[in-house]
Design a protein around this ligand. Structure first.
Ligand SMILES: Cc1cc2nc3c(=O)[nH]c(=O)nc-3n(C[C@H](O)[C@H](O)[C@H](O)COP(=O)(O)OP(=O)(O)OC[C@H]3O[C@@H](n4cnc5c(N)ncnc54)[C@H](O)[C@@H]3O)c2cc1C
Length: 415
């Protein structure tokens, strides 16, 4: 396979190898879970047994200690070769656990022992496979920077706020014990955007059991209503002004989402494998044997492999660039300009990988022929799953070019 991605760090290699070992199991379970639109809890159990829930948790807290974004993306691609829904679901958990790791490092660096222990507790639980976290930002009719789920003080309950609103596309929620979410906090100086952690068992957090989609059918991405969910006011992490990018928000979003591209690359890699298999095993009289003898099939497979190589190159380059940026920053915050540059790198890779992955699956179907259109053929599921990529925020294809153009032209994007 041209330009196949390999890890560049030792912890990353462990992550990638363990993810790769799960591919046959994930594939075996995929068709049934897709058909039933059911969340496969057994896949979370397999990830737990493989030690992958704690992949990003530092070794001293019991995890694999993966720090390379490049390697994280490669591991996601291996999981995507197994099953797309599980790959995107685990990434929601990994993105949040990475944010907790960052909080742990920052607290330790500033000598905040209590803060460090507050982050270490959940990280140990994640590494032990006892805590799964989903990340929910999306709401109907708005965007990440402008959540309408609002935190308001509860009268007569000093230090407590209530959360009211609606969250949609809450991937991994059937397995999560904790929900990380962005909320709106009204203050006298204007509204703020903040992050809240809400236990799945919190009264007022109501699952709607309404996930019935074209693809990613076993991702458990149901919607939730929040009706007077109580959380301590002190637990809200204020991240900036409501409706405005800050360096922290930009980097948080880039770090949590860039590796999702790996899941879509992995789906495309699986499709390429099926195309090669079809070409070498399906026969036609005019091919005088397998259809791989036909120049048309050879060209289509060649085009598919070249497109795949472009996707791999974009994901690897964006991963390495982010690794380098973080290393150079040495734990210090980036400027707004640098953070926009990181997001623009991610957006460019997102465009190339998502569009390319869709094309690859489509070309694989051309090679495999009409049989690929049948519901029982894995290619038809991959075709539906891979289509989810461009929707992932930020930014969708209707917004991404404008954003990248603004950054390239030195205009600070407003959101
Ligand atoms: C497979 C998949 C998984 C995702 N996982 C996550 C995740 O884990 N966390 C997260 O924060 N975001 C997740 N997203 C959301 C994604 O990042 C985008 O924010 C989302 O696709 C909306 O983007 P948009 O601006 O195009 O949507 P818009 O078109 O502006 O909004 C979505 C629209 O969908 C319609 N809708 C109605 N009912 C529902 C319902 N029950 N569920 C969903 N939509 C409904 C509404 O009209 C709503 O306005 C996921 C999306 C997909 C497709």
């Amino acid at each position: 396979m041209p330009l196949e991605l390999e890890p560049i760090t030792a912890p990353g290699r462990a992550f990638v190898e363990r993810a790769e070992a799960l591919v046959p199991t994930l594939r075996e379970r995929a068709a049934k879970a897709d058909r039933e639109g059911r969340f496969p809890h057994e896949n979370v159990a397999s990830l737990r047994e493989a030690g992958l829930l704690g992949a990003l948790v530092p070794e001293e807290l019991g995890g694999l200690g993966v720090t390379s974004v490049h390697d994280w993306g490669v591991a996601l691609a291996r999981l995507g070769r197994g099953e797309g829904s599980t790959a995107i679901a685990i990434n929601m958990h990994l993105g949040t656990s990475r944010a907790l790791v960052q909080r742990w490092h920052a607290a330790r660096a500033s000598g905040d022992t209590a803060g460090a222990e507050a982050a270490a507790g959940p990280l140990r639980a994640i590494a032990a496979g006892q805590l799964v976290i989903c990340a929910t930002a999306t709401e109907p009719g708005t965007d990440f920077l402008r959540p309408n789920t609002t935190a308001t003080p509860v009268e007569g309950e000093e230090g407590t706020v209530r959360l009211d609103g609606r969250k949609i596309f809450v991937t991994l929620s059937p397995a999560a014990q904790l929900f990380a979410m962005n909320v709106r906090v009204p203050t006298e100086d204007g509204d703020r955007i903040a992050f809240a952690f809400v236990p799945a068992s919190a009264p007022g957090l109501e699952p709607q059991d309404d996930w019935d989609a074209l693809g990613m059918r076993s991702s458990g991405s149901q919607s939730f209503r929040l009706d007077g969910v109580r959380v301590p006011a002190s637990s809200l992490q204020i991240a900036g002004a409501w409706g405005e990018w800050s360096p922290g928000l930009l980097m948080g979003r880039t770090l949590a989402n860039q590796t999702l591209l790996g899941a879509f690359l992995g789906i495309a890699e699986h499709a390429a494998e099926l195309a090669r298999h079809a070409a070498n095993t399906q026969t036609k009289p005019k091919a005088q044997g397998p259809i791989a003898n036909l120049p048309g099939v050879q060209h289509r497979v060649g085009e598919l492999e070249i497109t795949l190589a472009g996707c791999r190159a974009a994901l690897a380059t964006a991963g390495r660039a982010l690794d380098e940026r973080l290393e150079q920053a040495g734990g210090q915050p980036l400027s707004l300009e640098e953070a926009h540059a990181a997001m623009a790198d991610y957006q460019a890779a997102k465009w190339i990988v998502n569009q390319g992955a869709i094309e690859v699956v489509s070309m694989a179907m051309d090679v495999a022929g009409g049989g690929a259109f049948m519901s029982g053929n894995p290619l038809s599921r991959l075709y539906r799953d891979v289509r989810a990529g461009p929707f992932m925020q930020p930014y969708t294809p209707t917004e991404a070019r404008e954003y990248v153009g603004q950054v390239a032209l030195g205009r600070s994007p407003k959101g």
